[in-house]
Design a protein around this ligand. Structure first.
Ligand SMILES: [Zn+2]
Length: 215
């Protein structure tokens, strides 16, 4: 099992991830963003065949080449379209549900809903992976979309969304007893970081909001 890239794109600098299984050469493309050539090249280099595209959420910068990539590989689109409030959205071929287990050969990928940045946001959790880019083994990897970054929380629209984001981050991700502090978070933008690091970002940002000051 490997978690590939992230590819840093020029325009929006959105991270695309490829989860590949080296035993059966099947792969999932997560958030294809805007660089088709780089994704095709990576799949060729790793000898992987994609079986689906997954969106962590439906924001434009995560799906610029979506239609091209679906057509090129003749693969389905999977995401949580059920909770997506965008009117003219492309329907998912498979609607991802909370706590659903996806299979890539014998390897399992767990889906869990994390609304707040968007209503349809999900995270993907994979146990024991090897990151091709750093050549490091990781005990647990979580692909999180835009709910948290190395230096700040993800954006939210209003107080209700903030409450959702707060709960998603606190309960489902950062203080989830199933996840160890060393697990790596792979965000939608910028570099990956550990859960331990993310907890500090979460605490500091909430203190700032509570006291209305910048540390
Ligand atoms: Zn977003």
């Amino acid at each position: 099992m490997r978690i590939e890239i992230p590819i840093l794109h020029t325009k929006f600098k959105t991270n695309c991830y490829i989860i590949g299984n080296k035993w059966n050469n099947k792969a999932l493309i997560i958030d294809p963003a805007d660089n088709l050539n780089e994704i095709v090249k990576s799949l060729e280099n790793l000898k992987l065949k994609p079986i689906a595209v997954i969106l962590t959420h439906y924001h434009f910068d995560h799906r610029i080449i979506l239609n091209e990539i679906l057509k090129k590989f003749k693969i389905p689109l999977w995401y949580n379209d059920e909770d997506c409030d965008i009117i003219n959205k492309t329907k998912a071929n498979r609607t991802l549900k909370d706590n659903e287990i996806l299979r890539l050969g014998r390897k399992k990928i767990k889906v869990f809903k994390t609304p707040g940045h968007t209503s349809e946001g999900i995270c993907l959790y994979i146990k024991k992976v090897k990151c091709v880019k750093t050549n490091k083994r990781i005990e647990g990897a979580i692909i999180t979309g835009d709910i948290i970054f190395i230096d700040k929380l993800g954006r939210w629209k209003n107080a209700d969304n903030f409450k959702e984001l707060f709960n998603s981050l606190k309960i489902k991700l950062l203080w989830n007893s199933k996840f160890k502090k060393s697990y790596q978070i792979f965000p939608g933008h910028k570099r990956p970081f550990s859960i331990k690091w993310a907890r500090n970002i979460f605490i500091i940002r909430n203190l700032e909001l509570k006291h209305n000051f910048k540390i």
